[in-house]
Design a protein around this ligand. Structure first.
Ligand SMILES: Cc1cc2nc3c(=O)[nH]c(=O)nc-3n(C[C@H](O)[C@H](O)[C@H](O)COP(=O)(O)OP(=O)(O)OC[C@H]3O[C@@H](n4cnc5c(N)ncnc54)[C@H](O)[C@@H]3O)c2cc1C
Length: 389
């Protein structure tokens, strides 16, 4: 087979890139290790920046986002029984959109299928060859048969555990990592949200987040130990703990119900540099991970897609390699800012096992400063709604 861009990974990065390229007449083949149902069953991000919404529009996939997504003009921050609001609209003029990653992925799959763009599921043993030459190719196995795709470029959109990043020789890669000493236990429940806007809560018992997907679907999280076993967390135990981490007036109106999904996610900050090796470009979680506190994972994946799509488009439309040559530097410049924000917000809101009384008072002092200082609120709002591309 031959294509212009071989895309490894059928998550949101790979699908969005494929769809944007397709609209410009640039063909691609998407290789996905899992089934479509498996990818769609992953419950992950839910807060979208306007930049991602704009890319979905450009990809022709934003109808349901506009019809069913919720515009959030602010967010609530609690510490103990105190709570205040960061007003995104007031400080930036821009809201964020609450619309699940699962729905984004579903819309992208639908568009890809409608356009007749190829996606190969259940691929195994993907190997990237000749990425540092002008004639790269990818081999993989599907149904026991080995296949080969010759291409101009390879987009490594295969997430943190994919093969693309590891294809770049170790001596050319520099990796930066911070692993947090806690995880997030999350549940999805078909109950009305305790608050329309998200509540981020710092309590002596640990962090909690009340998030929503729609008027009858909630995504709630509590900070837990990385060593916790999901089997030890009954729904009742979760609700009991979650309530204790909300301000009393919010806890009093919390509606509980059976979970329809429950999982524990570790928290990690990670960046690999550079994000390009020859004709291989890393995109999204393949190159960087953020703790989910700042809602930046899917959104930084989208900004990578923006830079790569425009670089490839420029290459095919004008013959100039300037955009693809600048890809790694441009993408990383924005990624590091999102990393900083996610690290800062995580550090502010969680309880650390080795935290001293002084450290805790510093968190409270910073929260009180944020509550009272418009400049600090504006800085937070600008980062939360997403820095410009
Ligand atoms: C609990 C949780 C909450 C989150 N909340 C938010 C949030 O609120 N806001 C936000 O912006 N982000 C959030 N994120 C992060 C967000 O989900 C990710 O950043 C996003 O999924 C990245 O998309 P991606 O396409 O780059 O990678 P992925 O979604 O990981 O997709 C990669 C794809 O590649 C496939 N693949 C892997 N290896 C191979 C291979 N060898 N060959 C072929 N295919 C392969 C995988 O099966 C997968 O489908 C959250 C994440 C978690 C875990």
């Amino acid at each position: 087979m031959r294509t212009q861009v071989a895309i490894i990974g059928g998550g949101p990065s790979g699908l969005l890139l494929a769809q944007l390229l397709q609209r410009r007449g640039i063909d691609s083949i998407v290789l996905e290790r899992k089934t479509k149902d498996y990818v769609l069953a992953r419950i992950r991000a839910g807060v979208l920046e306007q930049g991602l919404a704009g890319l979905l529009e450009e990809a022709g996939c934003a109808d349901r986002l506009h019809a069913e997504g919720f515009s959030h003009d602010g967010t609530l921050i609690a510490y103990g029984d105190e709570m205040f609001r960061i007003d995104f609209k007031e400080h930036t003029g821009t809201p964020v959109i609450v619309y699940g990653q699962t729905e984004v992925t579903r819309d992208l799959y639908e568009a890809r299928e409608k356009a007749g763009g190829p996606i190969v599921f259940n691929v195994e043993d993907v190997v990237i060859h000749g990425a540092d030459t002008n004639t790269p190719h990818v081999t993989y196995t599907v149904d026991g048969t080995t296949q080969r795709i010759d291409c101009d470029f390879i987009a490594g959109c295969d997430g943190f555990h994919g093969v693309s990043r590891k294809t770049i020789p170790a001596d050319l890669r520099r990796e930066y990592e911070k692993v947090y000493p806690f995880g997030w236990l999350g549940i999805l429940s078909e109950t009305p949200p305790v608050s329309h806007e998200l509540i981020y809560s710092n309590t002596p018992r640990g962090f909690a987040l009340a998030s929503m997907r729609n008027e009858n679907l909630c995504r709630y999280y509590i900070q837990c130990s990385v060593d916790d076993n999901i089997k030890d967390w009954s729904d009742d135990a979760f609700w009991d703990e979650f309530k204790k981490r909300l301000p009393a007036d919010m806890a009093a109106k919390l509606v509980t119900g059976p979970s329809i999904e429950k999982s524990i996610a570790p928290l990690r900050s990670f960046v690999t540099e550079p994000m390009r090796w020859g004709r291989l470009f890393l995109c999204g979680d393949a190159a960087h991970i953020v703790p989910p506190t700042g809602a930046k994972g899917l959104n930084t994946a989208a900004s990578d897609v923006h830079y790569l799509y425009n670089g490839l488009r420029e290459f095919y439309e004008t013959g100039s390699a300037d955009g693809i040559d600048a890809y790694s530097a441009n993408a990383l410049s924005r990624v590091w800012k999102a990393e900083r924000f996610s690290w800062w917000f995580s550090s502010l809101m969680h309880r650390y096992p080795d935290q001293s009384d002084f450290d805790q008072r510093m968190q409270i002092a910073e929260l009180e400063f944020l509550r009272s200082n418009k400049a600090a609120q504006k800085a937070m709002a600008e980062n939360y709604v997403g820095l410009p591309y």
